[in-house]
Design a protein around this ligand. Structure first.
Ligand SMILES: *Cc1c(COP(=O)(O)O)cnc(C)c1O
Length: 532
């Protein structure tokens, strides 16, 4: 082989060429900064037509700029959601402390499978997990957990522990014709379906308990369902509580759910199901647990303080979960993927563990420490721990409290504004969170009255078929008429989670995750609706 060419190749792609790397990084930074002056939308139209017809690989070795040029159109064509008009969903701009963490991680590229491949990065994972666990469970003795590639996978871990609880040895022998179910609420995330399907339980064996109007699982229905299942000798592997539903921020009463599960499993002499809390969205509220509302050092106004007090009461529920899912890449404004699965008691991880002989190429793995012996994944990125620790310590608990309180404040402002419009109805008025779900009906309709009649099941099928599509039609009308430079981009859901009499209720949606969104943007939403 031509050694000179080979050396050149190695030097270009495997040495720390600081000036070349910094220059390209500076160019990319300027490109993202340029987003500030444009409206939030697609920066470039997509070209799927030939994406498959024209796969690409250069023939001759190039340089780092070739790498830059190869991705740049896609980079430029992707919106970072930094613009304060983005309110569509549980996604906001990632914070810059997280960026520093993520970059540091990429430079070393640790693999968190075992200590040997990650050294101090695994130690950082333990630190990040313990810090998050202390926030969530409020200072417990023996938490542990791992970062996964998303909330779906974190939920899968919780469900899998439950499956092993009720069917010991399922990891080896499978479900073997046993009738096993999982339970979540009707407002739970669709990842519950994914999990039941992929675990072999089956999506049709996922039981979705209806919620009350505040999107919390109905405890009376949970109780009667458990009676029915246990009487039929069905194994209930897990109950997945939701702490912050994705659309409306509903929060299940985890403490009472624990009581129901304990009572019923004792009554029927069966193992207690895993009580997992899907706090993918809502976990961040636990940053407010310790805020001293008496001293009120951040000088929050009274209505906001009242919301924070309610949040603090809700946060207590998390302590009653066996395990929890945290997506730092949602309300933590961290980079993807930064999802953590945390157990309250480390010994529960035994349900997931395999032996060193099951994982032959980790023959030197240490069962007391190396996650590869119980994780679903083999190679695991270090992004999560780096983003979490960098963000928590860059921003600081007080900084987080400001960010979260601001989200709550803006969501409440929008709820208040919309409530005063007759043809609007705020659907999640009773939840305390960062999102707002509401109806807009044509002017002249009394939205509150129509909603109350729906809840009482007094609307005829014809009325339902007339009113519900209007919510979508008006949403589409606003989208067509809006000024993309001034009007916020809103989301839409076909069912916000509360389904009285089995009716799916569509809703407009706004989520306040963007720290730069302000009152004028909120007020303009209300104004644009009043003018529709
Ligand atoms: C987003 C979300 C999930 C799924 O998390 P991913 O990180 O997107 O896989 C699960 N549960 C809830 C409540 C969510 O909002």
């Amino acid at each position: 082989m031509d050694r000179e060419k080979y050396q050149e190749l190695v030097s270009t792609f495997f040495e720390w060429n600081q000036p070349a790397i910094s220059q390209i990084f500076a160019e990319l930074l300027s490109a993202v900064a340029a987003e500030e002056s444009s409206t939030p939308s697609s920066f470039m139209s997509q070209n799927y037509e030939t994406a498959r017809a024209n796969p690409e690989i250069h023939v001759l070795p190039g340089n780092l700029k070739d790498a830059r040029d190869a991705v740049f159109p896609y980079f430029w064509g992707t919106d970072s959601w930094n613009n304060p008009l983005h309110l569509e969903n549980v996604r906001g701009p990632a914070n810059q402390a997280s960026l520093i963490g993520a970059m540091a991680c990429m430079l070393k590229n640790p693999n968190l499978c075992t200590d040997r491949y990650s050294q101090r990065s695994n130690e950082l994972e333990v630190k990040a997990i313990t810090t998050l666990a202390n926030l969530i469970f409020y200072h417990i003795d023996d938490p542990w957990g791992v970062f996964t590639i998303g909330g779906t996978i974190s939920n899968l871990y919780g469900a899998k522990i439950g499956l092993e609880r009720v069917l010991p040895g399922a990891m080896r022998s499978g479900i073997m014709g046993n009738k096993v179910v999982g339970i979540c609420s009707k407002a739970g995330h669709y990842s519950n379906q994914t999990v039941a399907g992929w675990l072999g339980i089956g999506t049709s064996n996922l039981i979705e308990i209806p919620t009350d109007e505040n999107l919390a699982m109905r405890l009376d229905l949970l109780e009667s369902k458990l009676d029915e299942l246990y009487r039929d000798q069905v194994k209930v592997a897990y109950v997945c509580a939701t702490f912050g539903t994705t659309d409306g921020f509903g929060i299940d009463d985890i403490e009472s759910m624990r009581y129901v599960l304990e009572t019923k499993s004792k009554e029927f002499g069966v193992p207690m199901p895993q009580l997992h809390a899907d706090a993918a969205v809502g976990w961040a509220l636990s940053m407010l647990t310790d805020y001293d509302t008496q001293k009120n050092s951040l000088r929050m106004e009274n209505p906001l303080l009242d919301i924070i007090k309610r949040v603090q009461t809700k946060n207590r529920g998390l302590r009653f979960a066996d395990s929890v899912t945290i997506d730092f890449h949602k309300m933590g404004r961290g980079h993807y993927p930064s999802s953590a699965f945390i157990v309250n008691r480390r010994e529960d991880l035994k349900f997931l563990s395999r032996t060193v002989s099951d994982t032959p190429y980790f023959s030197d793995a240490d069962a007391s420490r190396d996650p590869a012996l119980f994780t679903l994944e083999c190679s695991r990125p270090g992004i999560g721990p780096y983003c979490v620790i960098a963000s928590l310590n860059g921003i600081g608990l007080t900084g987080w409290q400001m960010l979260l309180a601001r989200s709550l404040e803006l969501a409440q402002r929008l709820k208040d504004k919309l409530s005063s419009i007759e043809h609007c109805k705020v659907l999640n008025a009773g939840t305390c969170g960062a999102s707002v779900n509401w109806w807009v009906l044509p002017k002249g309709r009394n939205a509150e009255d129509i909603y109350q009649r729906l809840v009482r099941n007094e609307l005829t099928p014809e009325q339902l078929a007339r009113y519900l599509p209007e919510v979508r039609q008006l949403f589409d009308k606003r989208t067509k008429m809006m000024d993309p430079a001034l009007d916020a981009r809103l989301g839409f859901t076909t069912s916000f989670g509360y389904c009285p009499h089995g009716i799916d209720i569509p809703a407009w949606k706004a989520v306040f995750f963007n720290p730069k969104t302000d009152e004028s943007i909120v007020d303009r939403i209300a104004l644009s609706i009043a003018e529709l």
